[in-house]
Design a protein around this ligand. Structure first.
Ligand SMILES: Nc1ncnc2c1ncn2[C@@H]1O[C@H](COP(=O)(O)OP(=O)(O)OP(=O)(O)O)[C@@H](O)[C@H]1O
Ligand SMILES: O=C(O)C1=C[C@@H](O)[C@@H](O)[C@H](O)C1
Ligand SMILES: [Mg+2]
Length: 172
C-alpha cells in the first residue's frame, strides 16, 4: 500500500505517533493540519475565525486529496477529516489507514493545555469531545485497516503495536 494514514479524534496522538512512525520507517511525515497552515499562512483558529468551519473543511478536503496522491509517506489527518465522504474515499484509497482510538477521558486530558483547537473552545469541552466521538467513531472504523488503542499506553508502545500489526495485515 502506498501511504500510512492515521485517523482519529483530537488528542488521539495522530501527530505525535505519526512523527515517530515516520522516523522508525524512515519515511517523510506529513501532517494535514500543519500543511493547511503552511499553505494558508495562518493558523487553524485564524482560519475558523475568518472563514468559518466550512472554509476550513474546504481547505482540508483539497489538502487531503493532494496528500493522498503522494507515495510512501506517513500522513496524520485532522480529527474531522472523516466527516466528508470524498475524504473517506481518498483516505481509504491512499494507503493503509490506522484508527488511533482514545477514550473521551484521555482526550480531555491530552487537549486541556492546548488552545489551538477551535472546536474545543466551548463551555464544556468534554461534552463536545463525547458528541464528536459518537458521530465520528463509525466513520473512523469504516475506513480503518487497523484500530489501535492509545489509552494508558505511551506513544512508543503504540508505535510498536502498529508496526507489528501492519506486518500481519492481509493484502487488500
Ligand atoms: N499515547 C499517548 N499517551 C499520552 N499522551 C499522548 C499520547 N499520544 C499523544 N499524547 C499527547 O497528547 C497531546 C495531543 O497529541 P497529538 O497532538 O499528537 O494529537 P492529534 O491526534 O494529532 O490531535 P489533533 O486531531 O487535534 O491534531 C500531545 O501533548 C501528546 O504529547
Ligand atoms: O476534530 C476536528 O474537527 C479538528 C481537529 C484538528 O485536528 C483540526 O483539524 C481542527 O482543529 C478540527
Ligand atoms: Mg494533530
Amino acid at each position: 500500500m502506498r501511504n500510512l494514514i492515521l485517523v482519529g479524534p483530537m488528542g488521539a496522538g495522530k501527530s505525535t505517533i505519526g512523527r515517530l512512525l515516520a522516523k522508525e520507517l524512515r519515511l517523510p511525515f506529513k501532517d494535514s493540519d500543519k500543511e493547511i497552515e503552511v499553505r494558508t499562512g495562518a493558523n487553524i483558529p485564524w482560519i475558523f475565525d475568518k472563514e468559518g468551519e466550512l472554509g476550513f473543511r474546504d481547505r482540508e478536503q483539497a489538502m487531503i486529496a493532494e496528500l493522498c496522491g503522494l507515495d510512501g509517506v506517513v500522513l496524520a489527518t485532522g480529527g474531522g477529516a472523516v466527516m466528508r465522504e470524498e475524504n473517506r474515499r481518498a483516505l481509504h484509497a491512499g494507503g493503509r489507514v490506522v484508527y488511533l482510538h482514545a477514550s473521551v477521558e484521555q482526550q480531555v486530558g491530552r487537549t486541556a493545555r492546548d488552545r489551538n483547537r477551535p472546536l474545543l473552545r466551548t463551555a464544556n469541552p468534554e461534552k463536545t469531545l463525547r458528541d464528536l466521538l459518537t458521530l465520528r467513531d463509525p466513520l473512523y472504523r469504516e475506513i480503518a485497516d487497523l484500530v489501535v488503542e492509545t489509552d494508558e499506553r505511551p506513544p512508543r508502545m503504540v508505535v510498536l503495536d502498529i508496526l507489528e500489526r501492519l506486518q500481519r495485515l492481509p493484502p487488500r
